[in-house]
Design a protein around this ligand. Structure first.
Ligand code: C2G
Length: 136
């Protein structure tokens, strides 16, 4: 009977539209912080609220892509940016992690879980990809 490593639930959030290497890197880095990774995937409506546009890939499409990744254990719908603490409690997360563009923005979750900001992958973003594709 091998000793089970203690569960360490990691939670992260995002839209993950036009899935790219920056998204994959942050999810792999997030998973490496613990033993399970829960991803709060922004609803189409939340993306409209956050970014003023609908995502290119709708929620179901984005969810299927994330659920196919080995490093992701569960995907749930992120309905609002204001529900972070609720989601941390709901999934009993030990760690909340986000890319460093969110540095400091989720420190209010520190009483409930560890908060870690990870380096972003340089020079790629969904917004840039949309602009490049538009110019082609
Ligand atoms: N990311 C990254 N490197 C990039 C692009 C994105 O590390 N080149 C990270 C972001 O820092 C974020 C995650 O990938 O942690 C998802 O990015 P988005 O889909 O753009 O998510 P965002 O719009 O930041 O939504 O409640 C929080 C929001 O839902 C986060």
């Amino acid at each position: 009977m091998t000793a089970q490593s203690p569960k360490r639930r990691v939670i992260t959030f995002g839209t993950f539209d036009l899935f790219h290497i920056g998204h994959l890197n942050i999810l792999k880095r997030a998973r490496a912080l613990g033993t399970e990774l829960y991803v709060g995937l922004s609803s189409d409506e939340l993306n409209m609220a956050k970014k003023g546009r609908n995502p290119i890939y709708d929620y179901e499409h984005r969810k299927q892509i994330l659920e196919s990744l080995r490093c992701v254990d569960q995907v749930f719908k992120e309905e609002s940016l204001e529900l972070k603490v609720d989601y941390v409690k709901q999934f009993q997360a030990d760690v909340l992690t986000m890319g460093a563009d969110w540095e400091g923005k989720f420190d209010f979750c520190k009483p409930y879980c560890e908060v870690i900001y990870l380096p972003r992958t340089p020079s790629i973003s969904t917004t840039e990809l949309i602009e490049i594709i538009r110019e082609i």
